[in-house]
Structures are given as C-alpha cells and as structure tokens.
Design a protein around this ligand. Structure first.
Ligand code: MN
Length: 159
C-alpha cells in the first residue's frame, strides 16, 4: 500500500493549492502532468492501490523506441490527477502544473500491478488522448540510485 506521509511532509497545505485528499477514482488511471518547476519535467503517475505512484520524467514521454530516465518520487493522493495550477514560490515544486494527458492503463504482466511495482518491472498499455501504446517502467538503478527508473516505449511487435 502506498503512503502519503512523504507527500504531506513536503507541503504546507495553507500555502499550496495542491490537494491532500483522495476522494477516489475507479479503474486503472494514469495521468501525466507537465510541471514547469525550476526544471521543466513531466510527472508520470499510475494509480496503484489508493495512491498515485509517481515518477518525474525530465525528457517527457519517449517517442519511437527510446528510453527516458524516470525518477521515482513520493506517492501522491488520487485527487492530484485533477490538479492544475500554480504552486507559489517558496513551496516545494513551485511552478505551473497542467494535466498533459490522462487515461487508463492495462497491466500487461501476469501478476498484479502492486507486485510489478515492487519487482521494479512494470509493463502497461496506456490509453490516453495523446499517449497510446505499451510502455515499460524498469528500476534500472542507474548510477546506483534506487530512485532511477527508465520509461521505455515498447516496440509494437514485442511479444
Ligand atoms: Mn513534478
């Protein structure tokens, strides 16, 4: 089960418009938020259990057969999937957030998405407005850092 402890610890909810509740979404939701923080990046989030498991992807969603670094960040509440707005200066993640794409995903593994996350090998098919297709998220631990995953667009003819 995910935990919002880190998320809550990093934020002062009297100073940021970001949500701190999870009213709940049905189904396997994914969302990609464009976050114009100190460094522009895309936050890729999958609903796993009762939280949005999250990765910051500096280069955005890979096109073609490419892979992009995806840095695992703290779990976010489900309501974050609707969040757009300006996080004021002086707050964690200050800058503009917009929903870049949203939709549903299908787990392509023969074990649960929770298990896939735990193993560090997620394969999903995304059905969004902009992003459609199969992606893998692999905990490559690049440079020895546990937080470093790779977001990989899978070839159309892979298995
Ligand atoms: Mn971010």
């Amino acid at each position: 089960m995910g935990s919002l402890e880190k998320y809550n610890r990093k934020r002062d909810f009297s100073r940021t418009p970001e949500p701190n509740s999870s009213k709940g979404f049905k189904g396997n939701l994914f969302v990609i938020q464009k976050h114009d923080a100190r460094r522009l990046h895309y936050d890729f989030r999958l609903k796993i259990g009762d939280v949005l498991v999250s990765w910051a992807v500096p280069k955005g969603i890979p096109e073609g057969d490419s892979k992009h670094l995806a840095v695992h960040t703290e779990d976010h509440p489900l309501d974050y999937a609707d969040f757009e707005g300006e996080i004021p200066e002086g707050n964690y993640g200050a800058g503009k957030v917009e929903v870049w794409d949203r939709g549903t995903y299908k787990n392509l593994k023969d074990y649960s998405i929770e298990k896939a996350h735990e193993k560090g090998l997620i394969e999903v098919e995304l059905e969004g407005k902009k992003v459609k297709g199969r992606f893998a998220l692999v905990n490559s631990k690049l440079g020895g850092d546990e937080k470093n995953w790779l977001l990989i667009r899978m070839k159309e003819d892979d298995g």
